[in-house]
Unconditional design. Structure first.
Length: 101
């Protein structure tokens, strides 16, 4: 599978794909060629220039992380490490880590 990026334009069923799954219609970016222009067998689901459109199942879809996502993950890791260090400092190395549910 190729790592391609695109803009999400459609979420829903596409009977022309031959099943009842939810499909994601993408317009590929960065000059990448797709499979269609946003239509399948004459039915238009979204508009993509040229052959820059494609439909993929959810299992193949990944969200591209942006700067804010990366900052949140970094912040979570930093806070988690601080909590672990505080537990060691105040409860000792062998203390069980308990998180409220």
């Amino acid at each position: 599978s190729k790592d391609r990026t695109g803009i999400l334009h459609y979420i829903g069923k596409v009977p022309e794909m031959g099943d009842d799954k939810i499909w994601y219609g993408l317009e590929l970016t960065s000059g990448t060629m797709g499979q269609n222009d946003g239509s399948i067998k004459g039915k238009r689901y979204f508009q993509a220039n040229g052959k820059r459109g494609m439909f993929i199942p959810e299992s193949k879809l990944r969200r591209r992380l942006n700067r804010k996502d990366k900052e949140r993950r970094k912040s979570y890791v930093e806070i988690s490490n601080q909590v672990k260090q505080l537990q060691k400092d105040y409860a000792g190395e062998d203390a069980a880590i308990l998180y409220p549910s």
